[in-house]
Design a protein around this ligand. Structure first.
Ligand code: PBG
Length: 326
């Protein structure tokens, strides 16, 4: 049976009509820019596997952060890259108030005040000499509870340095509850936690390992999730919410849109998704080859992540996308 009178195309006839009925919006405020700041470099250093993304010096970070805020992005997520000589088994350079991430947070807090949302990656992998996200026990395994002790110190150091939001990304059990308690005890009840609640062991983090000069050999499969596990992802999200997460994140984004959708359905708090380094690099590489229209492909990927249910998206395209959307 056909219904010749039912014609969905009527709603696509003109740009104005399509704008009127658009279901999903993408605005600069929905985009958070991840940024890297490195110790001991004099010039920004290009990251070969992430064209257009750099490791910043303290000075170049300040300029780029101001530019991102002027472009209207919703926030900044900061990662620190210490000197090789400052890495140790406990990741002490992350806790050190004079460590690169903490001094950079103070720079940006001073420059930008409350004009943006300043976030910090709360993890040890950039700072450990073994490259794992946690502290190792005497058999070389990541020790969950010893790691949480370090995470609390990291989070408090970041809050002391002016972070509005801390982002525990190590997938330790109980990390959100431990950090909440630690922040409150340190007088930081107003600092929010963006929990990387469901984070998968992913090949798409490849370029990030170059970006932070990671020392990791092996993998993170004893703490990050297996790609096929959706029910477990919901459990992780619900646990983090119960522990006091103010926002939850799914990571990576594009291969996990069903998880983003599931998170949006169960979560009473905002849901973020992280379009990770490899997702960025694939689009950037295809665009550089002329195989896809870069801006169109990037914006389509971001609309797709929003449509799946993300309230905001961490993406290396944040500033460019904000410009394309203007
Ligand atoms: C861990 C962390 C990682 C990323 C963000 N936080 C790396 C990992 O889990 O191996 C990856 C981000 C990206 O690939 O863009 N501190």
């Amino acid at each position: 049976m056909s219904h010749p009178s039912i014609r969905p195309r009527r709603l696509r006839t003109t740009p104005a009509m399509r704008r009127l009925v658009a279901e999903t919006s993408l605005e600069p405020r929905h985009l958070v820019l991840p940024m890297f700041v490195a110790d001991g470099i004099d010039e920004p250093r290009e990251i070969a596997s992430m064209p257009g993304v750099v490791q910043h010096t303290r000075e170049s970070l300040r300029a780029a952060a101001a530019e991102a805020v002027a472009a209207g992005v919703g926030g900044l997520m900061l990662f620190g890259v210490p000197r090789e000589a400052d890495k140790d088994p406990l990741g002490s350079a992350g806790v050190d108030p004079d460590g690169i991430l903490n001094v950079a947070l103070r720079d940006l807090a001073k420059d930008l005040g409350d004009s943006t949302v300043l976030m910090a990656d709360t993890c040890l992998d950039e700072f450990t000499d073994h490259g794992h996200c946690g502290v190792l026990d005497d058999r070389g395994r990541v020790d969950n509870d010893a790691t949480n002790v370090q995470y609390v110190k990291l989070a408090v150091a970041q809050a002391n340095s002016g972070a509005h939001v801390v982002g525990p990304s190590g997938m330790m059990d109980g990390q959100v509850a431990a950090i909440r308690e630690g922040l409150d005890a340190a007088g930081h009840a107003g600092v929010a936690i963006l929990a990387y609640a469901s984070k998968f062991a992913s090949a798409f983090y490849g370029p990030f390992r170059e970006a932070v000069a990671s020392s990791l050999t092996g993998d993170r499969r004893t703490y990050q999730q297996d790609a096929g596990n959706a029910r477990e992802a919901v459990r992780e999200i619900e646990l983090d919410i119960a522990e006091g997460a103010d926002m939850v994140m799914v990571k990576p984004a594009m291969s996990y849109l069903d998880i983003v959708r599931a998170a949006a359905e169960v979560s009473p708090v905002p849901v973020a998704a992280y379009q990770v380094s490899g997702e960025y690099s694939m689009i950037a590489a295809a665009a550089a080859n002329g195989w896809v229209d870069g801006p169109a492909a990037a914006l389509e990927s971001l609309v797709g992540i929003r449509r799946a249910g993300a309230d905001f998206v961490l993406t290396y395209f944040a500033v460019q996308a904000a410009t394309w959307l203007a």
